[in-house]
Design a protein around this ligand. Structure first.
Ligand SMILES: [Zn+2]
Length: 127
């Protein structure tokens, strides 16, 4: 057991009479419950990269360079949208690449969290 200084929150030995940090008397301090330094568990931080944010750069660059092929759609798992984009791209001789460049820029300007929420979790197929 350790006791927390009620004045500064420092953790002191259970037998300590005075806080090692601020020298306040620990006579009235409580040894349970009070944990001012409780921080967020690092393990609970969401790993956006592992959830698909690592595809952001690849998908964004593919969309900008060869967007009419629909490669970025396939990368994100949007098979239907990818096929549509490829067919449209062939029919329009790559004119749909203009739209893909916009998509690519949107991908690249999103934060990892936004990207995962929008394209991995919500499966937003277009833009
Ligand atoms: Zn203290």
């Amino acid at each position: 057991m350790s006791r927390y200084c009620t004045k500064c929150g420092a953790i002191n030995d259970d037998t300590a009479q005075y806080c090692t940090n601020c020298q306040a008397s620990l006579a009235n301090s409580v040894s349970t419950g009070y944990q001012p330094m409780q921080s967020v568990n690092p393990g609970a931080v969401t790993d956006w990269k592992a959830m698909g944010a690592d595809k952001k750069i690849t998908a964004g660059i593919c969309a900008i360079l060869v967007g009419w092929l629909g490669v970025h759609k396939f990368i994100l798992g949007y098979t239907t949208e990818g096929v549509i984009q490829l067919v449209l791209g062939i029919l329009t001789c790559g004119l749909t690449n203009i739209l893909s460049i916009v998509e690519g820029v949107i991908y690249l300007t999103k934060s990892d969290e936004e990207f995962v929420r929008t394209y991995i979790q919500n499966k937003k197929g277009w833009f």
